[in-house]
Design a protein around this ligand. Sequence first.
Ligand SMILES: NC(=O)c1ccc[n+]([C@@H]2O[C@H](COP(=O)([O-])OP(=O)(O)OC[C@H]3O[C@@H](n4cnc5c(N)ncnc54)[C@H](O)[C@@H]3O)[C@@H](O)[C@H]2O)c1
Length: 401
Amino acid sequence: MEDLRLGVIGLGLRTSLARAAHRPGRGAVVAALCDSDPAVLKRQAGTFEADFLTQDYRELLDRPDLDALVVNTPDDTHERLAVDCLRAGKAVYLEKPMAITVEGCDTILRAARESGTRLYVGHNMRHMGVVRLMRDIIAKGVIGEPKTVWVRHFVSYGGDYYFKDWHADRTRTTGLLLQKAAHDLDVIHWLAGGYTTRVNALGDLMLYGDLPRRAPGTPRPDGWLQQYEWPPTARKDLHHVVDVEDVSVMNMRLDNGVIAAYQQCHFSPDYVRNYTVIGTEGRLENFGDGPGDTVKVWNTGPTGYRDDCDIAYKVPEATGSHGGADMEIVSEFLRFVRDGGVTDTSPVAARMSVAAGYMATMSLRDGGTPYDVPPLDADLAAYFDRGQVRDQTEPGGAPGQ
Ligand SMILES: NC(=O)c1ccc[n+]([C@@H]2O[C@H](COP(=O)([O-])OP(=O)(O)OC[C@H]3O[C@@H](n4cnc5c(N)ncnc54)[C@H](O)[C@@H]3O)[C@@H](O)[C@H]2O)c1
């Protein structure tokens, strides 16, 4: 089996994914690199021994030697790049969030269907041990039927990662309740077995709005992501535009009746996600979200507070970035490019997480008014549910295409 040849577009922090994908002799090589910033392109040039380098992603589109393109650029570029790659017939790995608007997601989904090109969206949390463990516990019926999901996301490095560059500018992301929360909104949908239909949210820019900013065009300072300032009020060198919220609290009603809540804060001392799922016969909660951490289940009672649970599950050991999830998600993507078929990630689910986050952002900027989440066109959803295979009855469609 020959290695698939990948072109990677966007060589910033998420080059970690390209490193996970570069496995010469074991399925794939990174054969072409693209970054619009010449300094970044030069810096990464030696990393992969790629034989084609460009600042313009359009130069990758008609290269017959590339099997697939990995889009790792900022969120506001996803729609344009993904649509162009799909129309050029290149299988796409598109980083999350799929796009920064609901309409942007639907445009990408339509381009995938119309071109018949394989689209994969990088929701790597579906390959994280703690998420898969919680999903297994629920699937085995250990807590009965899930009815409510509550997620708290403590983002210790929020001020560094999210307020020192494009993430802080709502024209580039819509907001962090979409940008950052898309991961957990997707996981909530996956654990609960439904999609959000109605949301409301409150949020504010509480801490990072008044801290010192860099002048426009100034690069992120050296060590910007390693040398955290503490306390958060000591942070400086923020992006010149800061207009996204650093605290947000969101409520959701899902199409299967489940009620969920998601909370995010960017000036917590610790970084962790904490999930609680309560079902008709028990509840689960994770303590730590990495390999070796614990998911506890209480499924007898009623009692008062008990630290000792009924069953404790250990998150399996794993190595590599994002708790081993990046290696796993790349393996699934490579298999999907070669053979198609069902995947644990889903472009439809990716769209639904953006849609929930987008409408929640509209709600929090409108005093918490509840908003309905626009449903996805049923025919489009069916195309992806079939595993991106055109229906025989579609114009130009034939089974297996
Ligand atoms: N799944 C995950 O766990 C995860 C983690 C981090 C980031 N992400 C996602 O990955 C994407 C990239 O994030 P990042 O942190 O690496 O950003 P970054 O700012 O560090 O890097 C982005 C790079 O893209 C380049 N770029 C911008 N526009 C371009 C264009 N039109 N053509 C070519 N290059 C272009 C920039 O010069 C920069 O080098 C985002 O969508 C982000 O949400 C996902």
